[in-house]
Write a protein that binds this ligand. Structure first.
Ligand SMILES: [Mg+2]
Length: 392
């Protein structure tokens, strides 16, 4: 029998802010931009009794919880700690499937002989993360992914929920449909109208009824509701490349004009890397000229990165290798390749020092290019992402 652990850090971004600024401990903290269009990326547990949730607009969140402290997101810091969390996971099994920057499945079936049963391993992971990093996470231990993921969410924060090997169906039966994977609001309305209240009701339903209500997903849903899920934990084959590009309304002709979309594209690429817990070593800048000629330049970095600063720095340098920009550029694209989900620790001998050096260098570059007043990134019209970290 398999043992799968789903591990999810508690209010990850907000907890990192409280870790780094102890005066925030015990206070409601909202991570996100304090602008009219800002969105809550993460809310600390102190803010949640007021009804604040991630993905809520900042205006609404502050109306519900006016005493909350708003902190702008610090992506590179979250990535740094995510890396440490994942290296704890990999201490107990190589079979780690990252779902996001703070969430993963661990198949520990083969690790039991070495470290003890699923419960023991989950407790050790929680202890290591707490002692070494100072953060808490919640674990669900179960015979498969579906059940483990539901379990980890039931006792947050700092939770541990065990589902015995033969107890999956019994564990799921009393839970409301809202806990069910991939049952969206519309399907829920249909199911409720047909008299379904719990996951147990789904498990007992006949196949035809479910197929009528849920389409081809019906039979799968019934298996899951019965605690049957054979999907393996896969060490994600990361995508070969990730990119962001845009066509301009009017052709751009100067380096300064081009740096702005390139920074925006670098941010999008970095966000996608961070969201998927990935790093990349190669940066490519593509340019389409006014006459539709496409050219690209590529650079291999000394180490795998996932932050905007490093990607933008490389893209900016690559831009310098195109000479006839004045001819007119109708499109730029920033892409990364050489992607990995497990950068060797040896690649980061002193990550903190490197990060500071890089930040300093980039600030300098930005200041040079956009002027001192332009240093604030707010000027670059960053769209708030509603999706990001909706689990924390
Ligand atoms: Mg989380």
């Amino acid at each position: 029998m398999r043992t799968v652990i789903h591990f999810d850090m508690d209010a990850f971004f907000a907890s990192v802010e409280q870790l780094d600024a102890p005066e925030l401990l015990g206070k409601p903290v909202l991570v996100g931009a304090r602008s009219r269009r800002g969105v809550v990326t993460a809310a600390s547990y102190e803010a949640r009794p007021s009804g604040v949730r991630s993905a809520m607009s900042m205006v609404e969140a502050l109306r519900r919880c006016p005493e909350a402290v708003v902190v702008p997101p610090r992506r590179s810091r979250y990535v740094e700690l995510s890396r440490q969390v994942f290296s704890v996971f990999r201490r107990y099994t190589p079979l780690v499937e990252g779902l996001s920057v703070d969430e993963a499945f661990l198949d520990v079936s083969e690790s039991r002989a070495l470290f003890g049963d699923g419960e023991t391993i989950a407790r050790r992971v929680k202890r290591d993360i707490h002692e070494e990093i100072g953060l808490t996470g919640s674990a669900g231990v179960a015979p498969n992914k579906f059940v483990a993921k539901i379990a980890s969410d039931l006792d947050k924060p700092d939770g541990l929920v065990l589902v015995p090997t033969d107890g999956a169906a019994k564990f799921l039966a009393p839970l409301p449909l809202e806990r069910m994977w991939r049952v969206g609001p519309k399907a829920r309305v249909r199911l409720r109208a047909a008299g379904f209240q719990t996951i147990g009701d789904l498990a007992r339903a006949d196949a035809n009824t479910l197929e009528q209500l849920l389409g081809s997903w019906g039979p799968v849903a019934r298996d899951l509701a019965r605690g049957i899920d054979d999907r393996p934990v896969v060490v994600g084959a990361p995508p070969k490349s990730l990119g962001s590009e845009e066509t301009f309304e009017d052709d751009l002709r100067t380096r300064d004009a081009l740096l702005k979309p390139i920074l925006r594209q670098s941010m999008r690429v970095a966000d996608r890397l961070v969201d998927q817990g990935l790093w990349a070593r190669v940066v490519t800048l593509k340019i389409k000229y006014r006459d539709h000629r496409i050219r690209s330049r590529q650079m291999k970095l000394p180490r795998a990165v996932s932050d905007t600063d490093a990607i933008f720095e490389a893209a900016g340098e690559l831009l310098g290798r195109f000479d006839d920009l004045a001819y007119g550029v109708r499109l730029t694209g920033v892409a990364v390749s050489g992607i990995t989900n497990a950068p060797g620790e040896e690649l980061f001998p002193d990550a903190e020092r490197e990060r500071r050096e890089r930040l300093a260098a980039t600030s300098h570059v930005l200041r040079e290019r956009f002027g001192t007043a332009g240093l604030t990134r707010a000027s670059l019209i960053r769209e708030p992402s509603v999706k990001r970290d909706s689990h924390t």
